[in-house]
Write a protein that binds this ligand. Structure first.
Ligand code: LLP
Length: 420
């Protein structure tokens, strides 16, 4: 099933021609398919059907209010990693009882908001954070539900920047020391250890690292029970990380992913929390951009477009591959070119040495698989207003984020009196 079909010689999102969206909203433009979002969420949720579970969308991947609302209405919970994300999730209508809070550097103010709203679980990542949770919960007269995020030391075999479960990583606590931390958690009067958490990395294309991590987490759960520390445990959070196809990867589908975990979950009396981000939104979004110029140097050809690393940083930051398609293919011969933006850095590219149908200035290109870690990582670098975003539902298209204006570029800025 394709959510961005080529129909009558034009790339569409569902039933809406991308060119029509550009006429209304300009470029660069993020476009999301609601059908894709729902299908991905439902497939993921259904894959764990028989297991008591909660899907907490990792909103770091995409935090448009409209998309959060759509998923919340489907029953999704949310994995948040900042006070800002918590606030946005609640603003979108999320049920606090379905929110988990991860991250190595939660401040006391963020913990206070989380505990105050009565979220499902705080995934604690260090002994010092555990003490901070105790302090804040005591101040609020509450008992804070926590999991220790353990680092199972498995190699997810993905990009080093998005591997998080290795011993050398900043995330979680060493699984070998987890029992000590749970013992401490049990002693703290305002902390309630309700779960065990891990997340090993992102864009995983094999199931074996997930299976290994679960085996280690399960061994820990057994050990906690032996030590009499397992009594209050209700949840096991396996994080996110299921990969998607950007180019020619063949990641497991949710059913295969869930099936690979089923043996490890068998007989475990805990509700499973899952934190998928990319799988839900990645292939549900595209970034539409317009060709500004073409340019040929002695050694290379360039296609210069109006989207840049500030709009979609993944290629620049991770060297990642994003497919690029002409919005109105003309059947021309292909060229090999770098597709680059206007930002003043050599690292500003959307594709390197890419074979694509030779475009002309003014043509539209769609950068595919841009729904996850696209808009959320956009910045104003080079004083570039961030793009608009549209959500398509069948033949209907709604603007869900306005394009930033020039005034937005200076919002909150002040010229001090001595410079006036
Ligand atoms: N849970 C935790 C604790 C995480 O740190 C992450 C992602 C997720 C869940 C969701 O992982 P997903 O299902 O999306 O793979 N900007 C990078 C990805 C960074 C991922 C960070 N953590 C990229 O564009 O590839």
């Amino acid at each position: 099933m394709t959510d961005f079909p080529l129909r009558d010689g034009e790339l569409h999102c569902e039933e809406v021609p991308l060119a029509r969206l550009v006429e209304a909203h300009g470029t660069p433009l993020y476009v999301y398919s609601q059908a894709a979002l729902l299908r991905h969420y439902r497939a993921f949720d259904a894959a764990f059907g028989r297991v008591p579970h909660l899907v907490c969308f990792a909103m770091k991947a995409n935090d448009h209010l409209a998309i959060l609302r759509l998923l919340a209405r489907e029953g999704a919970g949310f994995d948040v990693v900042s006070g800002g994300e918590l606030w946005k999730a609640l603003r979108a209508g999320a049920d606090p009882k379905k929110i988990v809070f991860s991250g190595v550097g939660k401040t006391e103010a963020e913990l206070e908001a989380a505990i105050g709203h009565g979220i499902l679980m705080i995934n604690v990542e260090s002994p010092e954070e555990l003490e901070a949770v105790e302090r804040v919960a005591a101040r609020l007269g509450r008992r804070a539900p926590v999991a220790l995020r353990v680092n199972p030391d498995v190699d997810p075999k993905t990009h080093p920047y998005i591997s998080t479960g290795l011993k050398k990583s900043k995330f979680g606590v060493d699984i070998a020391e987890a029992v000590t931390h749970y013992r401490r958690a049990r002693e703290l009067p305002h902390v309630e250890p309700v779960g065990v958490d891990c997340h090993i990395g992102s864009q995983l294309t094999e199931t074996s690292p997930f299976v290994d991590a679960l085996a280690r987490v399960r061994a820990l759960v057994g050990k906690l029970a032996e030590e009499g520390l397992g009594g209050e445990l209700k949840l096991v959070d396996l994080g996110g990380g299921l990969g998607i196809r950007y180019q020619d990867e063949t990641p497991p589908d949710p059913a295969a992913y869930a099936a690979s975990l089923s043996a490890g979950l068998e007989g475990l009396p805990l509700r499973v929390v899952l934190e998928p981000g990319r799988f839900i939104v990645g292939n549900a979004g595209a970034l539409v951009t317009r060709v500004v110029y073409r340019k040929t140097t002695a050694t290379k050809r360039f296609v210069i477009v109006d989207a840049a690393m500030n709009d979609l940083v993944r290629p620049a930051l991770y060297g990642s591959y994003q497919a690029i398609q002409p919005v109105r293919p003309r059947g021309r011969a292909t060229i090999v070119a770098d597709v680059v933006g206007p930002v003043c850095e050599s690292g500003d590219f959307l594709a390197k040495d890419r074979e694509l149908e030779e475009p002309e200035a003014g043509d539209l290109l769609a950068v595919m698989s841009a729904g996850a870690y696209g808009y959320v990582m956009a910045s104003n670098y080079n004083s570039r207003p961030r793009p608009a975003a549209v959500l398509v539902d069948g033949a209907r298209a709604e603007l869900i984020k306005e394009r930033e204006t020039l005034e937005d570029l200076v919002r909150g800025e002040r010229i001090p009196p001595h410079l006036r």
